[in-house]
Design a protein around this ligand. Structure first.
Ligand code: FES
Length: 131
């Protein structure tokens, strides 16, 4: 008998954690998201845990301006304004070596899209050379 996916408790995921790093939208790429993704991947690789934690490049998560945005599933923990300096703390939590970095958690104003006006996007100075 086929199972109702809405009511199934069966776990079928091949990784403990799936880490989505928004790198394709309008704001996160300007905020260093590619570097964040690379740094996270390197931390996971160095610990030999690529079989348990998968870091993937994501398209826009519709939270533009709050980035770089990182979403961790199935935890449901989302992080905003991740910088290179914050990656080690985030990685330690992903690796099970530290508590959840509460100060980095994203607090969405509402469910669904939360896109800031462009003028409010915090863009690192080195990425703002076009203005
Ligand atoms: S560009 Fe990252 S959430 Fe839209």
């Amino acid at each position: 008998m086929p199972q109702d996916p809405e009511n199934s408790d069966e776990v079928t995921r091949p990784y403990d954690r799936l880490v989505l790093v928004c790198v394709k939208g309008k704001s996160c790429p300007l905020q260093g998201a590619e570097n964040i993704c690379s740094q996270l991947r390197e931390e996971i690789f160095q610990k030999g845990l690529t079989h348990r934690i998968r870091v993937v490049k994501s398209g826009c998560l519709a939270q533009c301006g709050h980035g770089p945005v990182v979403a961790v599933e199935p935890n449901g923990s989302w992080f905003s304004e991740i910088t290179e300096e914050k990656v080690p703390s985030l990685a330690r939590w992903l690796l099970g070596e530290a508590e959840l970095p509460q100060e980095m958690l994203y607090s969405p104003p509402q469910l669904g899209k939360n896109i800031l006006p462009v003028k409010d996007w915090p863009i690192p100075p080195e990425s703002d050379s076009g203005s």
